[in-house]
Design a protein around this ligand. Sequence first.
Ligand code: 6PG
Length: 241
Amino acid sequence: MRPELEIVEDKAALIVRAADWIEALLRSEVNAEHEFSIALAGGSTPGPVYAELAARHRAKPLPWNRVALYFGDERAVGPDDPDSNYREARQTLIDPVGIGNFAAVHRMHGEAPDLEAEAERYAALLPARFDLIILGVGEDGHTASLFPGQASISEEDRSVLAVIGPKPPPKRITLAPAVLRAAHRILVLGSGAGKAEALARAMDDLGDSMSTPVRLARPVEDGQTRHWILDEPAAERLPQS
Ligand code: 6PG
């Protein structure tokens, strides 16, 4: 099963379209009966999307009070470290909107001395199934902190893992494959020609998640939403369907 694919001209267009997609989802699906769980992506691509969402909220309030924010992964650094995924989300979205004042923000404690224990602590906080997981993709095909060739890709039982990856900083905490597979919705954001080869592998009907972990964000059963927004440079090597 292939994901829904949306190709836009460039990174600026991707930022706007990603914000459009998330805003529309929040306005249509968030309600008083259910705490809507979102796992935020790390890296550099999503920050401007978060900032755009904060701008949309200022223009017309979004129902953040019924949202619980989590993280797809975190580096083994403190919340004020420039490498912290939480810091990026706090600066672009959480603080500008004031989400922490009226909603749950579940930070992965990257500064924890025992990352295995932190992974267990965080696993206990997770919803049964995320309503939305936002993911980026690395040039090697990684997503969150699930890196090619690592045992984490084959992990079936645990939902949060402490890993050592090739992308600095190496020590990280990450959601595990089973959490991605179970999610109601996944939004993948891919920008730049550097991602083109990994995305071509990800979109190929034949392939495996061990070599291209972002394939874990493909649909595994009917009814799941898997929406990938790519800019043209990132999509330039996709198989022509
Ligand atoms: C991280 C991210 C990682 C990121 C990709 C893409 O903590 O590094 O979770 O998976 O999403 O590496 O990063 P860019 O968006 O910076 O290209």
